[in-house]
Design a protein around this ligand. Structure first.
Ligand SMILES: Cc1cc2nc3c(=O)[nH]c(=O)nc-3n(C[C@H](O)[C@H](O)[C@H](O)COP(=O)(O)OP(=O)(O)OC[C@H]3O[C@@H](n4cnc5c(N)ncnc54)[C@H](O)[C@@H]3O)c2cc1C
Length: 381
C-alpha cells in the first residue's frame, strides 16, 4: 500500500538532503578509499533505506514500485556506490525471499534485512555462465534433509560483507533452466568462502567478489519455492531490479545535466559563457530530452507494475534505454566540461566510469533487446 502523500514527500525530502549534504561531499573520499564510511552506513540504516521495498509487517517501509523508483532517482544523484551499500537488500538480494519465501523463511530473515543488520547478495553469475544464466553449473544434491552445494559464483555484489546469499544451483540432470533451484545460503555455513574483491573500472566503494561453495550442507528448508523454480524466481527478481536500476540511471543523468548547466553557465570562452554557444546548448537539449523520456518510461512502468500488469517487456525497455541514455549523457558531460571533464577533481570522469556498469549487470543491453523483441513478438506488437 502506498504511503500517505505527506509521509512520502517527507521521505523524499530527507533522502534529497542526505544525498546533497551528506553523500555528495564524500564522493571523492569514497573513490580514494574504495570504501563507504561505517557511520554513513549506520545513517542509511537509521533512515530505513535497507528496507525500502520490504513490507511493513517485516520492519521495512513497504514502498510501492512507483515510490521506490522516486527514491532511487533521488539516490542516483550521487556516486552509485552509496546506493549499492543497501541496494542488494532492497533488490536482488532480498526479492527472491520476498517473492517466493514461505512465512517461516520470511520471519527468520526479512526483519534483519530490512533493518540492515544483515547484508544480502544475489548469486547467479558463474565463471562460465553469464548472460545464459539458465545454464548454471553450481550443483545442489539432495542428501537426506539437506542439499550438498558445490560451485563458484562470480562478480557477486556485496559478497565481501554479505551474511546471506540467494544462490541459484542445479538440482537435476536437466541441463536447462528447469533444472535450477534457489536457496538461501547463510555465509557462516562450513564450506562457504569469499574471494578477494575484484579491481574494477568504477563504482569504487561497492565490492564484487567470487563466492565459493565447497560441499556446503544447506538445510532443505532453505530452498525457495519448489525444486526447478529457481530460474523463474531469478528472472522475476531481475525484472524488478531492472526497474530500480533504470530509476538510478535517471537520477545520475539528472545530476550530470545539473552539473553541466552549472559549469557551462560559469565557464567563459570567446567572451561569453559556453552555455550561450548553440553547439553546447544542443548537447544540453539532447541530454535533457533523453533523461525526460527515461524518467517517463520508469514511472509509467512502475505504476503499471503496481497495478499488477505484466511489465517484463517494459522493464527491459526501461533498463535498455535508461542505461544507454545515461552513458550518452555522461559522454556529453565530459565534452561540455572539456579538459576538466577528463580531470578527476571535477568528478565527471568518475561518473562516466561509474555508469558504464548499468549497461552490463542485471542483463546486458543485448539481453534486454532479446527480451524486448521476444515479448513484443509474443504480444503481437
Ligand atoms: C560490478 C558487477 C557487479 C555484478 N553483480 C552481480 C551480482 O550481484 N550477482 C550476479 O549474479 N551477477 C552479478 N554480476 C554479473 C553480471 O550480471 C554479468 O556480468 C552480466 O550478466 C553479463 O554476463 P557475462 O559477464 O558473463 O558476459 P557474457 O554473457 O559472456 O556476455 C559477453 C558479451 O556477449 C553478449 N551476449 C551474450 N549472449 C548474447 C546473445 N544471445 N546475443 C547477443 N549478444 C550476447 C553480451 O551482451 C556481452 O556483450 C555483476 C557484474 C559486474 C561487472
Amino acid at each position: 500500500m502506498a504511503l500517505d502523500p505527506e509521509t512520502f514527500d517527507a521521505l523524499i525530502e530527507t533522502v534529497r538532503r542526505f544525498v546533497s549534504e551528506r553523500l555528495r561531499p564524500l564522493e571523492g573520499a569514497v573513490e580514494e578509499a574504495d570504501a563507504i564510511p561505517a557511520d554513513v552506513i549506520q545513517e542509511m540504516r537509521d533512515m530505513g533505506l535497507f528496507g525500502l521495498s520490504i513490507a511493513e509487517d517485516y520492519g521495512g517501509l513497504g514502498l510501492t514500485m512507483s515510490e521506490e523508483a522516486r527514491v532511487a532517482i533521488e539516490l542516483g544523484r550521487t556516486t552509485p556506490a552509496f546506493r549499492s551499500a543497501f541496494g542488494t537488500n532492497v533488490g536482488i538480494g532480498s526479492q527472491g525471499l520476498v517473492m517466493a519465501g514461505n512465512d517461516a523463511q520470511k520471519s527468520a530473515w526479512l526483519p534483519r534485512i530490512a533493518s540492515g543488520e544483515i547484508i544480502t547478495s544475489f548469486a547467479l553469475t558463474e565463471p562460465d555462465v553469464g548472460s545464459d544464466s539458465g545454464a548454471v553449473k553450481t550443483r545442489a544434491t539432495l542428501d537426506g534433509q539437506s542439499y550438498r552445494l558445490s560451485g563458484t559464483k562470480r562478480y557477486i555484489t556485496n559478497a565481501d560483507k554479505a551474511d546471506l546469499f540467494t544462490v541459484m544451483a542445479r538440482t537435476s540432470e536437466d541441463p536447462g533452466a528447469r533444472g535450477v533451484s534457489a536457496f538461501l545460503v547463510p555465509r557462516d555455513l562450513a564450506g562457504v568462502s569469499i574471494g578477494e574483491p575484484e579491481k574494477k573500472m568504477g563504482q569504487k566503494g561497492a565490492k564484487v567478489a567470487d563466492v565459493n561453495f565447497d560441499d556446503v550442507v544447506v538445510p532443505a528448508e532453505n530452498r525457495l519455492g519448489a525444486e526447478g523454480e529457481g530460474f523463474k524466481i531469478a528472472m522475476r527478481v531481475l525484472d524488478r531490479g531492472r526497474l530500480h536500476i533504470s530509476a538510478v540511471c535517471v537520477g545520475v543523468a539528472e545530476r550530470l545535466i545539473a552539473d553541466c548547466v552549472a559549469y557551462a553557465t560559469e565557464r567563459k570562452q570567446f567572451g561569453k559563457p559556453i552555455a550561450e554557444h548553440q553547439l553546447i546548448q544542443g548537447m544540453i537539449a539532447d541530454s535533457k530530452t533523453e533523461a525526460l523520456v527515461a524518467r517517463a518510461m520508469v514511472l509509467e512502468t512502475a505504476a503499471a507494475k503496481d497495478a499488477g500488469k505484466d511489465v517484463v517487456m517494459e522493464s527491459a525497455a526501461a533498463k535498455y534505454f535508461a542505461s544507454e541514455m545515461v552513458g550518452r549523457v555522461a559522454d556529453r558531460a565530459v565534452q561540455i566540461f572539456g579538459g576538466a571533464g577528463y580531470i578527476a577533481d571535477y568528478g565527471i570522469e568518475r561518473l562516466y566510469r561509474d555508469v558504464r556498469l548499468f549497461r552490463i549487470y542485471e542483463g546486458t543491453s543485448q539481453i534486454q533487446q532479446i527480451i524486448i523483441a521476444r515479448e513484443t513478438i509474443k504480444r503481437g506488437g
